[in-house]
Design a binder for this molecule. Structure first.
Ligand code: GLA
Length: 724
């Protein structure tokens, strides 16, 4: 898959479907000469170096000569893997190192390379894995100093994915400062793309946003300390007019849960310069002699066949090469969560009555949400005190009752937070972020613990592991309900405060990593005020993430559809709640396109509602693994494109398919033929819409006929196709 053509000085990474070529020029810069569909012959690609710009000259101080680069390198516009900084290339370097002299000049050039099977293991960071991969590690050396950088690229044999990262080593005998440490650079010789990204807020995560790639600089970023509801790290470029099925699409994501920055720059020569990685706002990492710094991995998915191919590639990559949950292949139970039913107001009897009724609607995992610990009767107290409030709940009784019914038991934690009104804060006010100012920013009455400080992480670990030793828990919902402010830590000296944002993320990974290793049977689900930390870093540990606190189809269909463009349905925690806009059946059908669950007071359901919901739970049990989780997802119609949304999943063996159609506003009768995708043209399928049997070809050419009839607001059709 990876070859170095010595004479041509060219690295070619290819897997028979996608190709990537890097030319080592005379000066030792790595020029990206090709990225696109697989080619049989890469020998000519270095011709691409002739696009735009002027060959660049330098002044050699020692000889006093004005010289050009031997092979006509155009330093300010050539597509590169690692632009230098503070030289004539002003597009934006991925790495900047400032040394003791104060100089910003950073000029990494080729030294040597290795090629290895598999994907590298990053000690402190979540990372890609898999045997179906090969890794190229190109060692770069700074032109004047003993500073080293590794550019590491992994390519996969069975999916069009490239994983890129840098690491920097200080081989000098003085401390240096890394003031920017991005994970990757990608330069493309054209800029006529649209940039799709997913911004939002609480309850409205991942709003589809499409802008043209503008001249000059454009950024998609978070400086909130988490990957955020405001912008998600998943973005993609699509060739103008590309569709779900056609055109070039390049997707990007970062295996990281903190501040990020995806930056594009289009300069006068019309090339597109991309850097992606940790946001450099307030970032500065001190590298002592011998130290190194590893950036998170950036993941690039390539598609020459539209958005869906890119999206399917990410789904497979996340499931096969990212997630580490030991039981990921097992069936994921129907979840019932207590939060929206009773919030903080419960006692043992109420919870047991919930359990009883939750079983009626098919619950297989009962989750007791916030409010079971410390003085947590509202959101102003108790966070940080992870001891059961025995006056409020007899937890052992609840757990035993669950297990006696064959239902798993799950519980809520928010490990990185503390309320000022808590025993933990009273005993350790120094455990929170901030220098000890007399004014700290509260969000939801809580402060952010200093997870950059290993002692604080250890203290929370001790509490959680004491709890887990005593109570037999099958699942943990790991919440995170505020952003980072006052990103300073008392555990570090002033010159290391630029490290805190990143160290907080490392603290999160160290605790989550340790607990998932020590308790491999417990399933951890991520959450952050709904879907505020929905990212690849979290998915490495947690096979599911709460997608949003918004469960009403009016908003939810957008949130779920858009999230599924970059993340597999199996990772999208989706629940039926009690909101009044849409009927339960519509909410349940939508929740089936995710990991199915409930958030409600189950004591007040009518007989019809119970049987409706139980029937959907049954569908989940029957079809989730083969069709939704293990199948292929097609985005037939995006909700932002018109009055309806449609998604379809097809099982791997193409013997069955589930289609969800959901309209928005009331609509009068009209032609509505839904052309399906991914079926076997020759197979015959029965459909539950009209009970007819047609060939796969018919469904894909003519379509399911939803014409005629009026559609009321948010009405839906859930259609199952099964091979005859
Ligand atoms: C967040 C979550 C909710 C719930 C509450 C509890 O908002 O998104 O599901 O767990 O916290 O405080």
């Amino acid at each position: 898959m990876i070859t170095y053509h010595k004479d041509a000085r060219m690295f070619v990474l290819e897997n028979g479907s996608m190709g990537y070529a890097i030319y080592v020029n005379d000066a030792g810069y790595l020029e990206t000469v090709y990225f696109g569909r697989h080619m049989e012959d890469y020998t000519d690609v270095s011709c691409m170096r002739d696009a735009g710009g002027y060959a660049t000259a330098r002044y050699l101080v020692k000889s006093g000569a004005d010289v050009g680069y031997a092979d006509g390198f155009k330093a300010d516009c050539a597509p590169l893997e690692c632009s230098p900084h503070a030289l004539s290339d002003k597009r934006g370097a991925p790495l900047i190192v400032r040394d003791g002299s104060g100089s910003y000049v950073t000029d990494f050039r080729y030294d040597s390379y290795t090629i290895e099977e598999g994907a590298p293991d990053l000690e402190e960071l979540p990372h890609a894995h898999g045997e179906n991969a090969e890794t190229l590690d190109i060692l770069l050396k700074d032109r004047t100093r003993e500073l080293w950088a590794h550019l590491v690229l992994t390519i996969f044999a069975d999916k069009d994915v490239l994983v890129k990262s840098f690491s920097v080593e200080n081989g000098t005998d003085e401390a240096v400062r890394l003031t920017r440490a991005m994970s990757m650079q990608l330069d493309l010789p054209r800029a006529d793309y649209d940039l799709v990204h997913f911004r939002g807020r609480w309850g409205k995560e991942r709003d589809y946003t499409e802008n043209i790639v503008v001249d000059g600089v454009q950024e998609v970023s978070s400086n909130l300390g988490r990957s955020s509801a405001e912008e998600n790290p998943f973005v993609y470029l699509k060739e103008r007019h590309a569709t779900m099925e056609h055109g070039e699409v390049i997707g990007f994501n970062l295996i990281y849960s903190g501040n990020f920055k995806f930056r594009t720059f289009v300069g006068p020569f019309r090339g597109l310069h991309i850097t992606y990685g940790i946001n450099d706002e307030d970032f500065e990492w001190l590298l002592e002699p011998g130290d190194d710094f590893q950036t998170p991995q950036a993941v690039i998915a390539y598609s020459a066949e539209g958005v869906d191919k890119m999206s399917q590639t990410f789904h497979r990559f996340i499931r096969e090469n990212l997630m580490t949950y030991a039981k990921n292949e097992d069936y994921k139970p129907v979840l019932f969560n207590s939060w929206e039913g009773c919030y903080f107001n419960f006692d043992t009897d109420l919870i047991l009555s919930y359990l009883e009724d939750a079983c009626e609607i098919g619950a297989e995992l009962f989750v007791l949400d916030d409010g079971w610990f410390g003085a947590r009767d509202n959101d102003a107290a108790g966070l940080g005190d992870w001891q059961v409030n025995g006056k409020k709940i007899d937890l052992k009784r609840v757990i035993d009752a669950c297990h006696a019914k064959g239902v798993r038991f799950g519980i809520w934690f928010e490990p990185e937070m503390v309320n000022p009104d808590s025993d933990l804060f009273r005993a350790h006010p120094e455990y929170v972020l901030g220098w000890g100012e007399d004014e700290l920013s509260l969000m939801r009455h809580q402060l952010h613990l200093d997870f950059a400080n290993p002692a604080v992480v250890e203290a929370i670990y001790a509490q959680m592991s004491d709890f887990l030793q005593e109570y037999s828990v099958d699942y943990i919902k790991w919440d995170y309900n505020r952003t980072v402010a006052e990103h300073v830590s008392r555990a570090y000296p002033p010159e290391r405060q630029g490290e805190i944002y990143h160290r907080l993320v490392l603290g999160y990974y160290s605790l989550l990593g340790r607990l998932t290793r020590e308790y491999p049977d417990i399933m951890f689900e991520g959450c952050s005020s709904g879907g505020g930390r929905f990212d690849m870093g979290t998915l490495y540990y947690c096979p599911q993430i709460w997608c949003s606190d918004e469960s009403d189809p009016a908003q939810r269909m957008d949130i779920q559809f858009n999230t599924s463009l970059g993340y597999p349905l199996s990772a999208i925690g989706s629940h039926v709640n009690d909101s009044k806009v849409a009927p339960y059946a519509a909410k349940a059908a939508l929740a089936l396109f995710g990991t199915y669950g409930y958030e409600m007071n189950p004591n007040v359901l009518t007989e019809t509602e119970i049987s409706d919901l139980a029937a959907h739970a049954e569908l989940y049990r029957k079809y989730h693994r083969d069709i939704i989780e293990g199948g292929t997802l097609y985005h037939l119609r995006a909700p932002h494109e018109g009055n309806y949304m449609c998604m379809q999943c097809v099982s791997q063996d193409k013997s069955a398919s589930l289609v969800l159609f959901m309209n928005k506003l009331k609509e009068l009768e009209q032609f509505r033929f839904l052309k399906l995708r991914g079926l076997d043209a020759g197979k015959r399928y029965h459909n539950t819409l009209d009970g007819c049997v047609h060939t796969g070809e018919y469904y894909m050419r003519v379509g399911l006929n939803l014409s005629g009839g009026w559609l009321t607001e948010f009405s839906h059709k859930l259609i199952l196709l099964t091979e005859e």
